[in-house]
Ligand binder design. Structure first.
Ligand code: HPA
Length: 235
């Protein structure tokens, strides 16, 4: 048992989907998994294990932002032997290529977070996806004719205020496709702990036009990405 995850040993699968919103984790388990059970309720950060097409799989809520995300990913890997993690999240587009409802497959992450500065001092680590997971997700997305794009994302520490506009301008000038708040930590932990990780992100809003996917439609766009993530694990 960890401090934030109360699952019994052996009750979390080697492949785990990660959702910022714990209620989305519950929705994923109820919609996609058979024989599922809830292994974590601490802080309402639900985690479930079940089966998808006969494969054992889990889904865990992480909360928003790198520090919260880091706690759950750390305990999954160190405490429960998780080997493959796919984040299924949302992002705000900052480019023409990624449209509302597109799926961004995050190749690597820029960040303004202090976490890696505190870990590595002046050493600038390049947090990037597992190539095998990324390649599989991309091939599947093309096969299924999904509106998917591969590129870098900007993992921001702030949703509001700060110097977010100036930072987004830098991210955009360096070719980042979208803004979100967790991928940099996922890719850094994967490198440190020798596991495989990928971030898939549905575009829920645009920082260019300020449009948003309406809440009711969000689930449909999100579900397409969850299926892609599960197929990427088990194809
Ligand atoms: N900013 C940061 N994170 C996000 C956004 C955003 O606009 N949209 C979805 N996640």
């Amino acid at each position: 048992m960890g401090i934030h995850i109360e699952a019994k040993d052996g009750s979390i699968a080697e492949c785990v989907l990660l959702s910022g919103d714990p209620l989305r984790a519950k929705h994923i388990a109820q919609t996609y998994f058979s024989d599922s059970f809830c292994y974590n309720e601490i802080r309402g950060m639900y985690g479930y294990t079940g089966y998808w097409n006969g494969h054992r799989v889990s889904v865990q809520g992480t909360g928003m932002g790198m520090p919260s995300f880091s706690i759950y990913a750390h305990e999954l890997i160190e405490g429960y032997g998780v080997k493959k993690l796919i984040r299924v999240g949302t992002c705000g587009t900052i480019c023409e290529r990624a449209k509302l409802r597109s799926i961004v497959i995050a190749q690597a992450a820029d960040t303004d977070s202090g976490m890696n500065r505190s870990r590595f001092d002046s050493y600038s680590f390049a947090p990037c996806a597992s190539f095998s997971l990324l390649q599989r997700a991309w091939d599947l997305a093309m096969e299924k004719k999904l509106d998917a794009v591969v590129g870098n994302v900007f993992t921001s520490d702030q949703f509001y205020d700060g110097k977010i506009e100036e930072k987004v301008a830098i991210a955009k000038s360096l070719g980042a496709l979208a803004v979100e708040m967790e991928t940099c930590e996922l890719y850094t932990l994967a490198a440190l702990k020798k596991v495989k990780a990928l971030s898939l992100l549905t575009v829920s809003d645009s920082l260019l036009t300020l449009e948003q996917v309406p809440p009711l439609e969000r689930q449909v766009a999100f579900d397409e990405m969850v299926t892609l993530a599960l197929e990427t694990f088990f194809d």
